[in-house]
Ligand binder design. Structure first.
Ligand code: PLP
Length: 411
């Protein structure tokens, strides 16, 4: 293989069909944000949305409910991101947090499998996903318990008639390793197990196909690769027709079959809308609505192809430039098994991440020695990957990270 270079990066960027999309974002000069796994980039439209909301607050107030789309926004945003997870119109809503949506999905699955007593999840799952299950089990006063697995093969083997629901992350938030959603879901269904997938680290970066995989539920964060903004709404998907008549564990007026009838007694809306709870978080939704200017212009297949090209390039550059300095790539070599971020081990990883911030590269550290570069194909170019690796190389080669000011590591 020919050696990678800045020129090779630029040549790849010149062929990028999504290059114009970058222009839709407000990006600071000379800072490379490799942290879309935490907070994705800001669409330029967000500033106008924020100002418009403040004007509406002053001028419209309650008339905003009728003159603006405040109440429809959870569905509009859900329809906007549905193609990125392989869902159709009306199958996704954006609302609440991932934690809450996980609770709603898992509780619903349990209602549909009342005779079963086991909740299956990963040891390495994101803490909040596990905590939700532990909370549900604690509230069951001993009826329900958790079963943990470490690998996809173990998960497949662990499906049995005791398991009600497998609540799994599609992508490991530390290593960036991606599971085969179709394979695990098929194994689950063969034993009557329902699946809840957390696609926070795949949606908006790599292929997700909830319908193709026949997933029962999916949830995920809006503020990562989907660019809903800090604190932006999460999303929830439910397979069409699954337990349509069944009440959600968290019944609220926005999930009522006829919201504006103001009926005393609850009746669940069909489909995913019953997972809406209370009044939409209008402020967060307004910032998130800047996505409506972006995602309809993006062909998901091109987005995923660009993520493959960027992360293949990044991994090769990390090995070529920083391998001799102790960097070891943890992310899978096969893009089909890779999530949104590229993860690698490095000497002094926490301090390296701090030093990289001063060098104009924003990334994140995870114990014990992993650095994550979260790659948003909407804005990151091959040239950015090359430059980020060049700055990392300098931090390592010149042992800049050993300076006392980088000893304190932030999360
Ligand atoms: C896989 C995963 N799920 C959930 C969350 C967080 O959920 P919430 O937005 O409810 O805090 C994160 C946050 O990074 C995450 O990585």
């Amino acid at each position: 293989m020919t050696a990678l270079s800045a020129a090779a990066a630029q040549a790849l960027d010149a062929l990028d069909p999504l290059a114009p999309i970058r222009e839709l974002f407000e990006l600071p000069d000379d800072v490379i944000f490799m942290d879309a796994n935490s907070v994705g980039p800001m669409p330029k439209a967000a500033r106008g949305k924020a100002k418009g909301l403040l004007d509406d607050w002053v001028n419209l107030r309650r008339r905003g409910w009728s003159q603006r789309q405040w109440l429809e926004m959870p569905s509009l945003l859900g329809d906007c991101i549905a193609p990125l997870i392989g869902a159709g119109p009306g199958e996704v809503v954006m609302c609440d947090s991932t934690t809450l949506n996980q609770f709603k999905a898992v509780s619903h699955a349990l209602t549909l499998r009342p005779e079963r007593r086991t909740l299956l999840t990963q040891n390495g799952n994101f803490p909040t996903d596990v905590h939700v299950l532990q909370g549900i089990a604690a509230a069951s006063e001993g009826r329900l318990s958790l079963r943990f697995v470490d690998s996809e093969d173990e998960a497949v083997a662990a499906m049995d008639a005791e398991v009600a629901v497998a609540a799994l992350s599609h992508v490991d938030y530390r290593s960036g390793g991606r599971w085969d959603m179709g394979r695990v879901t098929a194994a689950a269904h063969a034993k009557g197990v329902l699946t809840v997938w957390d696609v926070s680290h795949s949606a908006g970066a790599v292929p997700v196909d909830v319908r193709g995989a026949d997933a029962d539920f999916a949830v995920g964060c809006g503020y990562k690769y989907l660019c809903a903004g800090p604190g932006g709404p999460a999303f929830i998907y439910v397979k069409r027709g699954l337990g349509d008549e069944v009440w959600p564990a968290l019944a609220g007026w926005m999930g009522h079959a006829d919201v504006y009838a103001f009926a005393r007694d609850y009746a669940p809306h069909g489909g995913v809308k019953k997972f809406l709870t209370g009044t939409p978080l209008v402020g967060a939704d307004e910032l998130a609505s800047a996505m409506l200017d972006v995602w309809p212009k993006v062909d998901p297949a091109k987005l995923w192809a660009k993520h493959k090209s960027l992360t293949d390039f990044l991994i090769a550059a990390l090995k070529q430039e920083c391998g001799s300095l102790g960097v070891v790539v943890n992310s899978p070599g096969d893009h089909g098994r890779r999530g949104g971020n590229v993860s690698f081990s490095s000497p002094g990883a926490g301090s390296v991440v701090e030093a990289l911030i001063d060098a104009g590269v924003v990334s994140s550290f995870r114990q014990p020695d992993a650095i994550r570069f979260g790659v948003s194909p909407l804005v990151i170019r091959h040239a950015d990957c090359w430059e980020a690796v060049a700055r990392l190389k300098r931090v390592l080669a010149e042992t800049i990270w050993r300076q006392p000011k980088y000893a304190k590591v932030s999360v």
